[in-house]
Design a protein around this ligand. Structure first.
Ligand code: ATP
Length: 365
C-alpha cells in the first residue's frame, strides 16, 4: 500500500440550506502522513472529510488526490476509504469475512479473499480471531476489524471520523498507539478527525486546528502547542493562562502589553502593533514562583497534588492563573497564600484578541 497526497485548493462548502460550513480553505496533506483535523463539534471537520471522500462536492475550489482533480469522481472511484465512529460490522459474518467484504466485487476467489483478510488481521493483531463473529470481540478489537476492512480495498488515503469516541478511555489510549503503528506500517495517508486534543497530539505528524469553518493553524503538535497562532488555537489545545490587554510597544520579536495586572513582555509572532487589542497566553508549566521577569502578585486558591507535579491555582484580581511545578518539596507559600509569580518573556505569546475555545467537553483530553 502507498499513500497519496491530498490537496484542498481554495475549497469552500455551502450546504443546500445556505449554511457555509467551510470557508475557502487551502490545505495539503502529504503522502504517507498521519494528519489530524482538530476542532470542536460543528466546526466543519466531517464536512471536509465528506468532500475528500466524494460524498459531497465542494461549492468552490478543487479537491486533488495524488495530484488528480476529483471533480465528478464518485466515492467508489476515489482511492479513499472511510471509517466512522459507529462502525457497522456484519454481525452474522465471521471476522475474516467482514474484512474481506469489499473484495468480493473484485472477483477474487474465496481462498484469495481469506488470505488477504488474514494478512490484514495480522496487521491489526487479530490474526487468531478470524473465525469468530463480531459479538465475540471487545470494542477495541471490533474497531481494529473495521480498520482492517477499510484497508482491504487498498486505499491510498484512509479517512477516520472520530473512530475511537465510542470506546472507553483506557481502550482509546491503547488504540492511539495501535493506529499510529498501523499507519506507519502501511504508509497509507491517514486523515483523522477529532475534537480530542490528546488524540491529535499523540498520533499526528501534523495537526490542523479548525474553528467555525476555518483552519486557524497547521503545524506539528509541538508547534501548535508551543507557538499557537490564534487565541482559539491557544485556548483549545492544552491549558493556557490568559491575560487580556493592549499592545503598547514593540521591540524586535517581543511586544509589551498593558493589562489589569501590569505591563508584560512576551513574543509577538503575528506582528501586532501598538494600540492593538491583544491577549497574552502562557502555559501553566511556563509559570514560575517567586520574583521573576513579568512578575505579579497573586493569592493561592487551590493546590492539586498530581504525584510528581503540583498544580497551583492563583487568583490575581479576579483572573485565575494556573502554575504547574515539579513537586520537589521546595514549594513554600505562606499560610495566607500571598505569592509573587511570573513567567519568562520567551515562554509567553501575545496574540490578536479573538474568539476562544468554549470550556467544556472539548477541552478534556
Ligand atoms: P462533529 O464533531 O460534531 O461531527 P464537525 O466538526 O464534524 O462536528 P460538521 O459535521 O462538518 O462538523 O458540520 C459543520 C456544520 O455544518 C455544523 O454547523 C452543522 O450543523 C452543519 N451541517 C452539517 N451537515 C449539514 C447539512 N446537510 N445541511 C446543513 N448544515 C449542515
Amino acid at each position: 500500500m502507498r499513500g497519496n497526497d491530498v490537496t484542498l485548493d481554495n475549497v469552500s462548502i455551502t450546504y443546500p440550506n445556505g449554511f457555509r460550513a467551510v470557508h475557502p480553505t487551502d490545505l495539503t496533506v502529504q503522502a504517507g502522513e498521519f494528519f489530524s483535523i482538530l476542532g470542536p463539534s460543528g466546526c466543519g471537520k466531517t464536512t471536509i472529510l465528506r468532500a475528500v471522500s466524494g460524498f459531497i462536492e465542494p461549492s468552490g475550489g478543487r479537491v486533488l488526490i495524488g495530484g488528480q482533480d476529483m471533480v465528478g469522481i464518485g466515492p467508489n472511484a476515489r482511492p479513499t476509504a472511510l471509517i466512522f465512529q459507529n462502525l457497522a460490522l456484519f454481525p452474522l459474518m465471521k471476522i475474516w469475512e467482514n474484512v474481506a467484504f469489499g473484495l468480493e466485487a473484485r472477483g477474487l476467489s474465496r481462498r484469495a479473499r481469506r488470505a488477504r483478510a488474514e494478512k490484514l488481521l495480522d496487521l491489526v493483531a487479530l490474526g487468531d480471531q478470524a473465525d469468530k463473529t463480531p459479538s465475540e470481540l471487545s470494542g477495541g478489537q471490533r474497531q481494529r476489524v473495521a480498520i482492517a476492512r477499510a484497508l482491504a480495498v487498498e486505499p491510498a488515503v484512509l479517512l477516520l471520523d472520530e473512530p475511537l469516541s465510542a470506546l472507553d478511555l483506557k481502550l482509546r489510549q491503547h488504540m492511539r498507539a495501535e493506529l499510529r503503528a498501523i499507519q506507519r506500517q502501511t504508509g497509507v495517508t491517514f486523515i483523522y478527525i477529532t475534537h480530542d486534543q490528546g488524540e491529535a497530539l499523540t498520533m499526528s505528524d501534523r495537526i490542523a486546528v479548525m474553528n467555525e469553518g476555518r483552519i486557524e493553524q497547521v503545524g506539528t503538535g509541538d508547534e501548535v502547542y508551543s507557538a499557537p497562532a490564534t487565541a482559539f488555537a491557544a485556548s483549545f489545545v492544552g491549558e493556557a493562562n490568559r491575560i487580556d490587554g493592549r499592545v503598547v510597544a514593540v521591540n524586535g520579536d517581543l511586544a509589551e502589553i498593558d493589562t489589569a495586572l501590569g505591563r508584560f513582555r512576551a513574543r509577538n509572532p503575528i506582528d501586532l502593533g501598538a494600540g492593538d487589542a491583544a491577549m497574552l497566553f502562557v502555559r501553566p508549566e511556563a509559570m514560575r514562583l517567586g520574583h521573576t521577569e513579568n512578575g505579579l502578585s497573586a493569592r493561592l486558591m487551590r493546590r492539586d497534588l498530581e504525584g510528581a507535579f503540583l498544580n497551583l491555582f492563583f487568583d490575581a484580581q479576579g483572573i485565575e492563573l494556573a502554575v504547574h511545578v515539579t513537586n520537589d518539596g521546595q514549594v513554600a507559600i505562606p499560610a495566607d497564600g500571598a505569592a509573587e509569580i511570573g513567567f519568562p518573556s520567551g515562554r509567553a505569546v501575545i496574540l490578536p484578541a479573538g474568539p476562544l475555545a468554549r470550556t467544556g467537553q472539548e477541552m478534556v483530553a
